[in-house]
Design a protein around this ligand. Structure first.
Ligand SMILES: C[S@@+](CC[C@H](N)C(=O)[O-])C[C@H]1O[C@@H](n2cnc3c(N)ncnc32)[C@H](O)[C@@H]1O
Length: 267
């Protein structure tokens, strides 16, 4: 399949599981969102009221609603019409959010949103679902105002987008029982797209496009961006004390999310 066919397949899959995703995330996102994604994205965004923000791959609009609550005017886009319909249903009529169906791999469609019209662009947990990300970065470099920024959050390329195998081991070391969690990885540099489910019970797996850090950022750099901030949000040791089983909360030393801020240097 070529990139266009892969993208079309992705849209069909996201449409068919939009209802599941919407129920899973509710109004404010799941624990990953509330504890890792949203705080790190808001920290890097450093929003002022009245700013215009474009949220790309908005899902059911959890982040868009949070950003609108902070006083921004949000344009939220997703390529799944079903997802946009559900996002609209969850957003009160008077919020400052406009939802639209736009494919983020379609550079001209993105550019039609208005060049130099956004103070910030966000894209959370969606880059790894796209067969091509160069069009998004190229368009973003035109859509942003001169001092604007693009804040992305993605499954951490070093630990969480390359099919990690979760491990638990128990060892009696001189009378002290160690109960430890780990992940095992077989690939990082070159890994073909794989189907996976983002959450337990997902009705249908979709394709993940793993990109090592160098590849993820190469498309952004080629579009003229520089990276000026990076966060690696993780769960805490206190979370691990409460957590059960093979979950990221038990891997408090390993960040499952990577959040970065890109800017256009002054010319
Ligand atoms: C894992 S969800 C993340 C949703 C939301 N940003 C969040 O953080 O909860 C990925 C979203 O990206 C959307 N998406 C995937 N490929 C896309 C594309 N090419 N253009 C626009 N949206 C896309 C999907 O429909 C889905 O809503």
């Amino acid at each position: 399949m070529d990139e266009k066919q892969l993208d079309d397949e992705g849209r069909a899959i996201w449409n068919s599981k939009a209802r599941f995703w919407d129920a899973l995330h509710g109004d404010s996102g799941n624990i990953f969102h509330q504890r890792l994604i949203e705080p790190s994205v808001l920290q890097l965004l450093d929003l002022s009221a009245g700013e215009r923000v474009l949220d790309i791959g908005c899902g059911n609009g959890a982040l868009a609603r949070r950003i609108a609550k902070l006083g921004a005017e949000v344009e939220a886009i997703d390529f799944s019409p079903k997802m946009i319909e559900l996002a609209q249903k969850r957003s009160p009529a008077r919020t400052a959010i406009t939802y639209n169906v736009v494919d983020a791999t379609d550079e001209s469609a993105l550019l039609r949103l208005g060049e130099r019209s956004y103070d910030a662009i966000t894209c959370t947990m969606a880059l790894m679902d796209m067969p091509a990300i160069a069009p998004l970065f190229r368009a973003a470099s035109q859509l942003l105002k001169k001092k604007g920024c693009l804040v992305f959050a993605t499954a951490h390329p070093a630990f969480n987008s390359n099919n990690p195998i979760f491990l638990r081991e128990k060892e009696d070391r001189a009378g002290v029982v160690l109960d430890r969690y780990a992940i095992k990885l077989f690939a990082y540099l070159d890994m073909p797209p794989v189907k996976g489910s983002g959450a337990p019970g997902e009705p249908m797996p979709h394709t993940y496009y793993h990109r090592p850090l160098s590849a993820l950022l190469a498309d952004a750099f080629a579009a003229g961006f520089v990276l000026d901030a990076l966060l690696e949000p993780a769960f805490t040791q206190e979370d691990a004390a409460q957590a059960e089983g093979l979950t990221w909360a038990n891997l408090w030393q390993i960040p499952p999310v990577l959040t970065g801020r890109l800017r256009l240097p002054p010319r």
